[in-house]
Design a protein around this ligand. Structure first.
Ligand code: FMN
Length: 177
């Protein structure tokens, strides 16, 4: 067995970016409400931690406006965007303004905004807030979970893709391209 090549002259940062560009994710809008005002941002750093108990995590840049609101919050919603919500993704990937203006949404049982038309959403009670340099890793205990039969939006850097048009993989000889 030969060892895998580790460097090609580019910076580690560039190589890490290219690695992440081989890892598709969904696009989530993480929301919370502070004194009745909704806040939220687009996130793709989201994962299930465990199913029993149901725990998830997401990572938020400390420089984002929403970070402080989430940091002080007890409840949040994770909205998994549908393939029809490219505009919602773009809206929540920008900073400032009123991202909820003209948007249809309703509060979750504990008040976190749930955006109309999402593929699925979770309501989480925020638990650990772990310092990770530029970001905070939030863990959340899931209290409510709802999904619709609507395909998701897919992020594969640098693009956003239609999850309704994915092709099932066919079998290739193991290890070969
Ligand atoms: C596809 C996509 C994924 C993103 N994932 C994250 C993420 O996981 N964590 C994060 O902090 N920002 C992420 N962002 C960037 C934020 O959405 C962006 O910085 C936003 O403007 C923050 O808004 P705010 O400053 O109003 O809170 C992502 C953006 C896009 C387009």
């Amino acid at each position: 067995m030969t060892s895998a090549s580790v460097a090609d002259g580019s910076t580690l940062g560039d190589r890490v970016r290219r690695v992440h560009a081989q890892f598709p994710t969904g696009v989530m809008v993480v929301t919370t409400s502070v004194d009745g005002t909704p806040h939220g941002l687009a996130v793709n750093a989201f994962s299930s931690v465990s199913l029993d108990p149901p725990v998830v995590l997401f990572c938020v840049n400390k420089a984002s406006r929403t970070h402080a609101h989430l940091y002080g919050a007890e409840w949040a919603a994770v909205n998994i965007l549908s393939h029809r919500q490219l505009g919602v993704a773009k809206r929540f990937a920008s900073s400032g303004n009123d991202k909820f203006a003209g948007l249809d949404w309703a509060p979750s049982p504990h008040g976190a905004p749930v955006v109309d038309g999402v593929s699925a959403w979770l309501e989480v009670e925020l638990r650990l807030k772990i310092d990770a340099s530029t970001h905070t890793i939030f863990t959340g205990q899931v209290h409510n979970a709802t999904s619709a039969e609507v395909p998701p939006l897919v992020y594969l850097a640098p693009g956003l893709f239609d999850g309704a048009r994915l092709l099932e993989a066919t079998d290739h000889e193991e290890g070969k391209a």
